[in-house]
Structure formats: structure tokens, C-alpha cells
Design a protein around this ligand. Structure first.
Ligand SMILES: Nc1nc2c(ncn2[C@@H]2O[C@H](COP(=O)(O)OP(=O)(O)OP(=O)(O)O)[C@@H](O)[C@H]2O)c(=O)[nH]1
Length: 352
């Protein structure tokens, strides 16, 4: 069984939020563009199809636009463009490519000569800005593994400066372009995608507020709402994200998925999220039979911290990092997480 299939089984048969399904009808589009061999198909395969990074060495060149529908907490599409394609050619249907709200992800190979790809990025921004100003422009300065920290930052700074100069020369000072240092060999590509996707979630502010409230009322130091399949986090509380916390939470998902693959069992699909409080024992038993509880797990780390995971629905998991004295009041944490889960459901129902 493939990893992605397995993800769907043990942790997944709890119902999705109806509102999330509705949001999916908009299907934002992520366009992966950049020079040949810059790593576009590798990024898409590693993030969305769980391909081990070393296997990307055997990927063949993309010859046609690859349209990849991603079904998750929010359905979206990833379009992988062949590097040699000149989509600025007037014969291309510009509206078909850029007409849908989403993000343009421009991948630049930091280990290669980048002036030409950069000038193509500039022409693309100039071409789309006038007609599609709502598209987020995201630049991945990619393949930064193996480069020294100093070189990475210099490259990013140079790319930013050149782009800013070009936009200013063309009177586009206000265009927002975001830059990320990425590699498929570490968590940076997931972190970058998390930020790209978050910008496309209309309810992001509310999700962050809910996570802030959860953290402050439960002694949680950091909380992430993860999309389990891709390991992208769709929201976090407003304390700063440090890479180490993100990595450990992301690795925790792998552990849970691996354990679930071995010891998990198929659960009946569930329309509603179950209530944790049942009064009579008979009632509790009946409820358990009808509606299985969400998966949860706690790991105590050697450094005195605790990792707490709770499955939120078919696609999402909440992962929290807290000190061990906070988990001594586990009943309180469980209760607050349940309240958070119910609030999340309401947020997406309102979105509908
Ligand atoms: N070192 C390193 N190599 C990478 C990284 N990402 C991709 N590669 C390698 O770059 C090469 C090209 O990757 P592809 O994903 O095929 O590139 P592409 O942009 O889709 O290429 P076209 O289909 O020709 O447009 C492969 O050998 C990958 O293993 C990375 O983060 N670091």
C-alpha cells in the first residue's frame, strides 16, 4: 500500500467539515513555473505524492502541462509547467492559465546560472500584473541544500534586489513578491508551501485566533494545524515559528502515520464529529459503536516537552508542543481541544 493511500485509511474515516467541501468548489490554482530542471516536478512529487527526494533524480522532463488536482481540507490544483514552454507567446490562452485565483510559484535553481530565468520571471510578472493583480507571486530560490548559509542569503538578496529594481523601473513598486529558500531534502519546501497555501485560506485569521486562545488557555507553547497528507501546516498560533518545533511536529506526523499503517483499522465514516461527553455508560458504548473517536497521541520528549496530537477530521490534525506540567491537566487540554474542534467546524460552516 502506498503511503498516501495508507494515510486515507487508519486516521481518515472521520467526516470532513461540510464548509471545507464548499470552499473546494473555488479550487485555487498553484502554478509551478521556472526554467528547465529547476525542480518543479520534484517539488510537486515530494510535497503532494510523498516521493522520497532521492527518487526525483529519475524524473523525466515534463513535456506537457501537468494538472494535478489535490483533494484535501481545501481542494486545489497544482499545474506543473514544462520549463521550455513559452506561455507568454500570444497563441497561449492567458486567461485559461491565470484566470483562476491562486499563486504563481516561480522556481529558480540557486545552484545554476539564474539571470535568464530571472528575466523570464520579470516578463511574466509584468505580463500578468495588469490583468491578474490578485495572483500571489511566490519565488522559490530552490536547491539551496549544499550551499553555505552566506551564499544562500546573498543569492536571495540579489534576486530580490534585481526583481525590485525591474518592477520599480516599470512603475510596479507596489507588487508584493515573496521569497523562500527551499530544498526538497529538508523541511524548507513544506514550510514554504505552508505559507503559500495559508495565503489562499479565507478563514486564516479566525483559525489563528482560535489557536491563540487554545494555547493561552491550555499552557501550549506552539500549536500547528496540519494537513496530514502533505504535511503542510495550514495555520499556527501567532508565536514565532521556529524551524525545530515545526520539524519535530512534522516528523511526529510520520511516526503516527507509520504506526497507524501497521496497527490502524478501518473505521466507519462519520458524518458528525462525536461528542466527548456521554452521560450513561450504555449511551457511551452505543455512541462509540456509531461514531469512533478521533485518533490522538501523546509523546513525552527527553527535554521535558510533550507532543500532543489530535486528529481533527479526515485531513487535518492538531499538533501541540507543551511543557510536561501542562499535560498534567490533560482533562483540561482535551476539553479545550474539543471546544477548538467544534469552533473550527462552525467557522467552516459559516464559510459555506
Ligand atoms: N540538490 C537538489 N536537487 C534537486 C532539488 N529539487 C530537485 N532537484 C533535482 O533537480 C533535477 C530536475 O528536477 P525536475 O523536478 O525534473 O525539474 P523540472 O523543473 O520539473 O524540469 P522540467 O520538467 O524539464 O521543466 C532532478 O535531478 C532533481 O533530483 C533540490 O531541492 N536539491
Amino acid at each position: 500500500m502506498s503511503r498516501s493511500q495508507a494515510l486515507q485509511s487508519p486516521t481518515s474515516s472521520v467526516g470532513t467539515y461540510p464548509g471545507m467541501g464548499q470552499a473546494s468548489t473555488r479550487r485555487p490554482r498553484l502554478l509551478l513555473m521556472g526554467q528547465r530542471r529547476s525542480g518543479k516536478s520534484s517539488i510537486s512529487s515530494v510535497v503532494f505524492h510523498k516521493m522520497p527526494p532521492t527518487e526525483t533524480l529519475f524524473l523525466e522532463a515534463t513535456t506537457r502541462i501537468q494538472k494535478d488536482p489535490i483533494h484535501s481540507f481545501m481542494d486545489f490544483q497544482v499545474w506543473d509547467f514544462p520549463g521550455q514552454l513559452n506561455f507568454l507567446d500570444p497563441t497561449f490562452d492567458f486567461d485559461h492559465i491565470f484566470g483562476e485565483l491562486g499563486a504563481l510559484i516561480w522556481v529558480i535553481d540557486a545552484q545554476d546560472e539564474y539571470l535568464e530565468p530571472l528575466s523570464k520571471l520579470h516578463s511574466t510578472i509584468l505580463a500578468i500584473q495588469r490583468f491578474y493583480p490578485a495572483i500571489n507571486i511566490e519565488v522559490f530560490v530552490h536547491k539551496v541544500d549544499g550551499l553555505s548559509d552566506e551564499y544562500k542569503l546573498d543569492t536571495q538578496r540579489d534576486i530580490m534586489q534585481r526583481t525590485q529594481d525591474e518592477l520599480s523601473d516599470n512603475g510596479l513598486d507596489n507588487v508584493q513578491v515573496s521569497y523562500y529558500l527551499t530544498s526538497i531534502y529538508d523541511h524548507s519546501i513544506f514550510e514554504a508551501f505552508s505559507k503559500v497555501i495559508q495565503k489562499l485560506i479565507p478563514q486564516l485569521g479566525t483559525l489563528e485566533n482560535l489557536l491563540n486562545i487554545l494555547c493561552s488557555n491550555s499552557g501550549i507553547e506552539k500549536a500547528f494545524l496540519f494537513d496530514v497528507l502533505s504535511k503542510i501546516y495550514i495555520a499556527t498560533d501567532s508565536s514565532p515559528v521556529d524551524m525545530q518545533s515545526y520539524e519535530i511536529c512534522s516528523d511526529y506526523i510520520d511516526v503516527i502515520v507509520d504506526v497507524s499503517e501497521i496497527y490502524g483499522y478501518d473505521r466507519k465514516p462519520q458524518g458528525q464529529i462525536s461528542s466527548p461527553t456521554s452521560e450513561a455508560p450504555g449511551e457511551a458504548q452505543q455512541e462509540e459503536e456509531e461514531a469512533p473517536l478521533e485518533a490522538s497521541s501523546i509523546i513525552r520528549l527527553q527535554n521535558g516537552m510533550v507532543l500532543y496530537l489530535r486528529e481533527i477530521n479526515k485531513y487535518l490534525a492538531l499538533i501541540c508542543l507543551m511543557r510536561k506540567d501542562s499535560i498534567e491537566k490533560q482533562g483540561l487540554v482535551d476539553f479545550n481541544v474539543q471546544v477548538f474542534q467544534n469552533a473550527l467546524q462552525q467557522v467552516f460552516e459559516v464559510g459555506r
